[in-house]
Design a protein around this ligand. Structure first.
Ligand SMILES: [Zn+2]
Length: 461
């Protein structure tokens, strides 16, 4: 076990050991002692147990480690290749367990969701922590298919964190060290061929600037997140006990030779640059591997963007709320808050985080996954919930047309965000948000005369 990680003394542990001296606690019946221990954070358990020789003999007691492992969803170690709860917790879960959950990447335009989950394994596959990218279908710029539900994400494997797959020679200590390996598609179906890295990057005021042939000067891309108080940031997630590295200065990755044929076909070729925007972004994750396959995995855009900036991933809130029927007294715009999947016609499915501001009575759908017209970090729409929506005759007809027999639902009026390629000039045309069901919204683009469907993200199937 990495004692430097585990023996970090905390004030609570100091206070506890001062209050109950080790000599007293070691005389306590074991059941009481283990009861106390299971109430403490793991670092405090190790701290307390290392205060005396008698207590140290309890350190491998499985009951303690079984309890703390449960906080990361591990209730069984059968698929960890014969390892104990003690090994699984101290070597894998303590350091990498806080990765579990969703992370929002700051890739220009598209954004990118990364999900770490526990793979419980089976008799053929060892349990591990898996990092996967969410992926939706590529943009189809010449297909205006409007009337379609958003699609669930596909998952692209990127990183596996676990113990070596085979136990070669019995108790070789290296077998009990969790390894971070690349399993991105560019690495083929091979596992464990090379290392991957999860870095904790320090807070930064850097952001992305775009350049291109048509640009007189560099153009600042929207900050992501816009501030440390962004409502989609999951501030409750435990800090990750990885050493923080300084936010990397991006290396210039060669674009390679652009095929002149494709160069003509693309409307824009943009380059990305890092610069100070003055907005503080919190600590984040970055990923890499020894062969660059993880870096090669990013969502497709219909234009060419030099992807040389190292992406940062921020913890994304993912508490799944129970939807409330619109006619119910319990209903409030707050019940819509959280992560949603929205259909964006030619761009396919994108993700928005809906937030309700009680003071300003504003409901906002902020893009977490965006596109080359309206990028991540920008509100896709914003409506006022202060007053009931009064519709004009034309709007009444439009709503009846797009909503059919669901037309009696709650509706709110506001504006959407539109832009041509590159987010260079924005428009804010009128929209109406229709609360169709507890987990379904329709965004009606009044000038366009169509509705796009949105459904609440309810977790992984
Ligand atoms: Zn790789």
């Amino acid at each position: 076990m990495h004692s430097q990680d585990m023996q970090t003394s905390t004030e609570s542990a100091d206070a506890l050991s001062a209050a109950i001296s080790a000599s007293r606690i070691e005389q306590a019946p074991y059941d009481i002692l283990s009861e106390i221990l299971t109430l403490l954070p793991a670092t405090d358990i190790v701290h307390l147990l290392s205060t005396s020789r008698t207590l140290r003999s309890y350190i491998k007691d499985e009951r303690i480690w079984r309890t703390v492992s449960r906080t990361y969803g591990v209730t069984d170690v059968a698929n960890f290749g014969g390892r104990s709860f003690y090994t699984v917790y101290t070597e894998l879960l303590h350091k990498h367990g806080p990765l579990l959950g969703l992370w929002a990447g700051d890739h220009a335009f598209s954004g990118h969701i990364l999900e770490f989950r526990l793979d419980k394994g089976n008799e053929h596959r060892q349990a591990s922590i898996i990092g996967e990218f969410w992926r939706f279908r590529k943009p189809q710029m010449f297909h205006m298919n409007i009337d379609q539900p958003p699609e669930p994400p596909r998952y692209i494997s990127a990183i596996r964190i676990g113990f070596p797959l085979t136990l070669d020679d019995g108790d070789a200590p290296s077998n009990d060290v969790a390894r971070v390996t690349c399993c991105a598609p560019a690495n083929g179906a091979q596992l464990n061929t090379h290392r991957a890295h999860v870095h904790h990057v320090e807070q930064s005021t850097n952001g992305i600037f775009l350049g291109g042939d048509f640009f007189v000067s560099l153009l600042q891309h929207p900050d992501f997140p816009r501030s440390r108080e962004a409502t989609w940031l999951d501030l409750s997630r435990s800090p990750i006990p990885l050493l923080a590295v300084a936010a990397p200065t991006p290396g210039r990755r060669s674009l390679g030779v652009i095929n002149p044929f494709f160069g003509l076909a693309w409307q824009f070729v943009m380059s990305m640059h890092v610069g100070n925007t003055g907005v503080v972004k919190p600590r984040a994750l970055s990923l890499s591997c020894d062969s660059d396959c993880v870096e090669l995995e990013f969502p497709a855009l219909s234009m060419r963007v030099d992807n040389s900036v190292t992406p940062r991933y921020y913890p994304l809130r993912n508490e799944i709320r129970q939807g409330v029927e619109g006619w119910s007294n319990e209903w409030s715009p707050a019940s819509l808050a959280g992560l949603w999947l929205g259909w964006y016609g030619p761009h396919g499915t994108e993700c928005i985080f809906i937030d309700w501001n009680e003071d300003t009575h504003t409901l906002t759908g902020l893009k977490i996954i965006g596109d080359e017209n309206v990028p991540r970090g920008v509100p896709s729409w914003q409506v006022s919930t202060a007053e009931p929506c009064q519709l004009s005759t034309e709007e009444d007809l439009l709503c009846a047309h797009v909503l059919g027999d669901r037309v009696a639902c709650r509706k709110y009026r506001g504006t959407g965000t539109t832009s041509g390629t590159g987010f260079l000039q924005q428009g804010h045309p009128p929209i109406i948000v229709a609360v169709i069901g507890p987990d379904e919204l329709g965004v009606i683009w009044v000038d366009g005369g169509f509705m796009l469907q949105n459904i609440r993200y309810k977790g992984r199937k």
